[in-house]
Structures are given as C-alpha cells and as structure tokens.
Design a protein around this ligand. Structure first.
Ligand code: XMP
Ligand code: MG
Length: 179
C-alpha cells in the first residue's frame, strides 16, 4: 500500500506535533467552556481521536456523516446528511473537526445547519486547507497545514475508501487513479 504513495507530505511525527499544538490552542481559547466536539466522518476520524486527547476541557463528542466524494477526487457540490448527531447543539459551543477544506461547500452547509439548530457558536478545526479550491467564503479557525491543490491520502483521508490507515499523509502515484 505504501508503494502507491508518490510522496510523503507530512510524517506521523509532524502530524502529531501539529495536532498537539492545535489542541493546546483550543484548550486555551475555550477555557471555562465545555464544547461539543463534532467529528465529520469519515475522513476526520483519526484526527478527531488524536485532537481530543490534546484538549484539556470537559468536552463532549459526537459524530456526523455527510456525503463525500465517493470514488472521485472532485466535490459534487451536493451535501447530504448521512448520519446525524445524537446530542443537541442548541445553546452549545460547537467545535467542528474536519480533515480537509477544499471548496468549503461541506462546512458552509454544516455550519448553516448547526446555526439553524441554535448552536451558541461554531468553530472549525481542520487539519488541512486547500485554499485554491475554495468556492465559498469560509476559513478554519484552527488549521494544521495549508497544502497545494493535490489529492492527499492517509491519516483518515481516503481514495475509494482505501489508504485511511496510513499513519502519514501523502500524494498517490498517478497510475493508482487509472485502476
Ligand atoms: P469541500 O470541497 O466540501 O470538501 O471543502 C471537503 C471534503 O472533501 C474531501 N476531500 C478530500 N479527501 N483527499 C481526500 O481524501 C483530498 O485531497 C481531499 N480534498 C477534499 C474530504 O472528504 C473533505 O471532507
Ligand atoms: Mg471528509
């Protein structure tokens, strides 16, 4: 599987260091609050698991699944809730944990939903940001790495549901896409 990777962009250690840093910032900024931390499935599941361990607050966690790219590498622009939250966001400080922001369509839709459900505040933590792909005006409050417009896999990120278990993040070899 590692043979399918053209280039490692971020090593396991680099990611861990960044996640720790983000967790410390969030801990400081949310002092005195008990945020509801929402993982956007599936891509953010590993980031979520590592991040919450670095946040020293009485937080709660919940999970939401929205339509993804499927086996393609481009956003359809259509966002659909596949699995909804169990915990009410009403009156809560919500921290949305996302793997990567590309067009921004997924998160702007989610924020809209959460605000209509009367969340007290919505904050975004994204491990990766691809600003060149943006189609709506949206930015992460906490971001790990800004990356060029390449399709990346590993550390939760997939191509056709594979490669999520790579401990690092990398770019696939072009021939993998044509299989
Ligand atoms: P938008 O365009 O709505 O997209 O900001 C966010 C979602 O698109 C997926 N995405 C990727 N998934 N490698 C992936 O594995 C990538 O390089 C990539 N770029 C975008 C991802 O699911 C994210 O939640
Ligand atoms: Mg995702």
């Amino acid at each position: 599987m590692q043979n399918d990777v053209l280039e490692v962009l971020y090593s396991e250690q680099q990611i861990q260091d960044k996640v720790k840093e983000m967790g410390e910032l969030i801990t400081r900024d949310f002092e005195g609050k008990n945020p509801l931390v929402i993982c956007v499935l599936k891509g953010a599941f590993i980031f979520m698991a590592d991040l919450v361990k670095r946040i020293d607050l009485p937080l709660e966690t919940d999970f939401m699944a929205v339509s993804s790219y499927g086996a393609s590498t481009k956003s359809s622009g259509v966002v659909k809730i596949i699995k909804d939250l169990d915990i009410s966001v009403e009156g809560r400080h919500v921290l949305i944990v996302e793997d990567i922001i590309d067009s921004g369509l997924t998160l702007s839709y989610l924020i809209d939903v959460l605000e209509r459900r009367n969340a007290l505040s919505t904050t975004i933590a994204a491990l990766f940001d691809k600003p060149t792909g943006r189609k709506v005006d949206l930015d992460a409050d906490y971001k790990g790495f800004v990356i060029p417009d390449a399709f990346v896999v590993g550390y939760g990120l997939d191509y056709g549901e594979k490669y999520r278990n790579l401990p690092f993040v990398g770019i696939l070899k072009p021939e993998v896409y044509s299989h």
